[in-house]
Design a protein around this ligand. Structure first.
Ligand SMILES: [Zn+2]
Length: 308
């Protein structure tokens, strides 16, 4: 069973909202692209994990801390034989490992060694198990590569790697290991881990942005281009997506609230936020119908309780 399902990281959601509205620096473009790529790989891996037929607990996206050191686990599988830590990589292209165990792209750019990364998580996880007084659980770390267009040359044997063409076989082997049903101690461990999970603010690593400097308009939910307005609908000239105006405006209200959690939602601001593509009266009616209204007169503001 999946006790902690994977959700679209809020930081990525916010970056997706900001991208059409501002120019990202090289650093933030890279951060955004890496997050998209990483999330895509994790979703692919989740669809593999769904094929598991034995009694198990899956915890995704854990951020844990032990002795002042934080570490992240993409997927954790708890089953009667022990615990598997999966570090999921969605690398694309050709890579190689040199004689000293260093990792490079084929054009000789060195990259972080993902094995060291998963081994660090393993070491810290062991310390955490000792803290929980559960040191008897067997731990196995793996780096799993999900992209079919990933090739690793000169791969030494016996590294804890699962390459794209090995995932099928790995799952087959896992499903054919003799396992037994989980007892309460496994659930207790999973609950302890869930309670230790750290939720970080998604705003801390975002590029700096201000309302006045962001581009205004209604953004297409499919391709993130600005949409053009007709009388009752928005149309995307890039991908052809069409939607009723009310839906596009409500999505924009939600974006505004997520990007500016400290700002009160007022009809004037939403009117500006969507680039004046709908009348103030329409916006006000939509706010009254879809949000909780607080106060009256000039001080009126709204709270939207839906989510994207
Ligand atoms: Zn579009």
């Amino acid at each position: 069973m999946i006790m902690k399902p994977r959700k679209l990281p809020k930081e990525l959601l916010l970056l997706r909202m900001l991208k059409p509205r501002m120019l990202f620096s090289e650093e933030h473009t890279l951060q955004y692209e890496n997050m998209e790529k990483g999330y895509e790989g994790e979703v692919i891996f989740d669809s593999w994990l769904k094929n598991i037929t034995f009694d198990s607990i899956i915890l995704n996206d854990l951020l844990l801390k032990v002795n002042q050191s934080e570490f992240q686990i993409d997927s954790l599988l708890i089953y009667s034989k022990g615990i598997i830590i999966f570090e999921v990589k969605n690398y694309r292209g050709d890579f190689y490992i040199d004689q000293n165990g260093k990792w490079f792209t084929i054009s000789n750019k060195d990259i972080q060694n993902p094995i060291l990364q998963v081994q660090r998580a393993e070491t810290l996880f062991k310390q955490l198990l000792r803290q929980y007084r559960s040191p008897h659980f067997q731990l196995k770390p793996f780096v799993i590569f999900t992209n079919q267009e990933f090739t690793l040359f000169q791969t030494p044997l016996n590294l804890p790697l699962i390459l794209p063409n090995q995932i099928n076989h790995f799952m087959y082997k896992l499903n054919n290991t003799s396992t037994s049903n989980l007892t309460q101690q496994y659930y207790d461990l999973a609950n302890k881990l869930l309670a230790s999970h750290i939720e970080k603010s998604p705003y801390s690593r975002l590029p700096k942005y201000e309302f006045d400097h962001l581009d205004k308009g209604v953004v297409c939910p499919q391709c993130q281009s600005f949409m053009s307005a007709q009388q009752h609908k928005f149309t995307c000239d890039s991908c052809g997506f069409i939607e009723p105006k009310s839906i596009g405006i409500i999505r924009s209200i939600n974006e505004f609230q997520l990007l500016f959690p400290d700002k009160k939602i007022k009809s004037k601001d939403i009117y500006d936020w969507i680039g004046h593509v709908a009348g103030r009266k329409t916006i006000r009616q939509l706010l009254i119908k879809n949000c909780n209204r607080v106060g009256y007169g000039a001080g009126t503001f709204f709270v939207y309780e839906g989510t994207l």
